[in-house]
Design a protein around this ligand. Structure first.
Ligand code: VTB
Length: 319
């Protein structure tokens, strides 16, 4: 059975998580929002008849509530005959944005057959993303200068016309100066490099590239979406602690320092990406009507059919 047969079930998981997290929008408590999303997502996963496993997920690094890496999921997790599926997950991507009512927070996951999503600790990842026109043209192997010039050549636009999204972090000081010195524009974001990468895939958006270091679980999730969008994505794990280095070594062996291409991070076309909106941005946040029922909106990318759908899910009466 293809993984996409479970899309409706996984959509319930992300939609419930988005709904629960949305109750914390603007309340200054990202951890509470994260905890609510995790609890809701885990409760739904428990009801889904599959043998699931968290291949990679966010939370370890900043000691946040999480679905732990390696956690078994699903009502058939002990059934050797059940479908074995890996999940890369962030029950609440952009936690800080929920706390302060800023855009692009989502409950996100990617799903693929067991062993087809990079299984690694919640470390950092250096990322490079762009539209399908950049496939084969840019790479983390090249310098920032090389990638900016190659982007300009491939898109047939002057460097001064290019816009690069970078997360606003001290670690990106040199990267930002380099991009600006080359003449391209830098658009800084607080959080949310999944939305930024997906926006860079869209040739009609103003964003041409995502560059810089974010979290690795989101990198794997982004790679799955970008495979479905036929767009460019590469990542390289970045370790900041000895524990991560040791665990990454155990999980990926001598490939730990490699550049991972999109189709190595998500190595099957039998894969699905789902992002359910919490704070409106790439995807609208939940909307509650006068009768008290809530609609959660999700972006669903089916990698095999390369189709993107916007799906609305009704949560029912608010308790
Ligand atoms: C988080 C998260 C972002 O990067 O900030 C994370 O909210 C890690 O970076 O959306 P910091 O530790 O510097 O905050 C993202 O997950 C994107 O990958």
């Amino acid at each position: 059975m293809p993984v996409s047969e479970f899309t409706a079930d996984f959509l319930r998981a992300t939609s419930q998580a988005a709904f629960s997290a949305s109750k914390w929008i603007g309340k200054g408590d990202g951890k509470a929002a994260d905890g609510a999303a995790v609890q809701s997502m885990r409760a739904v996963f428990d009801t889904i008849p599959f043998n699931g496993r968290v291949a990679i997920g966010e939370g370890e690094r900043d000691d946040a509530p999480m679905l732990w890496i390696g956690e078994p999921l699903g009502s058939l997790q002990d059934d050797p005959g059940a479908q074995a599926i890996d999940i890369a997950v962030d029950p609440l991507e952009c936690t800080n944005h929920v706390a302060h009512d800023l855009p692009n927070a989502m409950a996100v996951l990617a799903a693929a057959p067991r062993g087809c999503l990079l299984h690694a600790p919640d470390c950092y990842m250096d990322k490079l993303a762009g539209s399908k026109n950049l496939n084969g043209e840019i790479s983390l192997e090249g310098t920032v200068e090389y990638n900016i010039e190659a982007t300009s050549d491939a898109l047939n636009r002057p460097i001064s016309d290019l816009e690069v999204v970078v997360m606003d972090r001290p670690r990106h000081k040199d990267l930002i100066s380099k991009i600006e010195s080359l003449g391209a524009s830098v658009s800084l974001i607080g959080d949310g490099d999944i939305a930024a990468a997906l926006n860079s895939a869209d040739t009609s958006s103003s964003i041409d590239l995502l560059m810089g270091i974010g979290a690795a679980p989101e990198g794997v999730i982004t790679a799955t979406a970008m495979r479905g969008l036929d767009s460019f994505f590469e990542g390289r794990l970045v370790m900041t602690t000895e524990d991560h280095r040791n665990r990454a070594q155990e999980m990926v062996g001598d490939k730990v320092g490699d550049i991972w291409h999109r189709d190595q991070l998500c190595s099957s076309s039998d894969a699905v990406y789902i992002g359910s909106g919490v704070c409106s941005g790439r995807v609208p946040g939940p909307k509650t009507n006068h009768q008290g029922s809530t609609t959660v909106t999700s972006e669903v990318i089916d990698v095999r059919s390369k189709t993107t759908k916007i799906i609305e899910f009704e949560i029912g009466l608010v308790d």
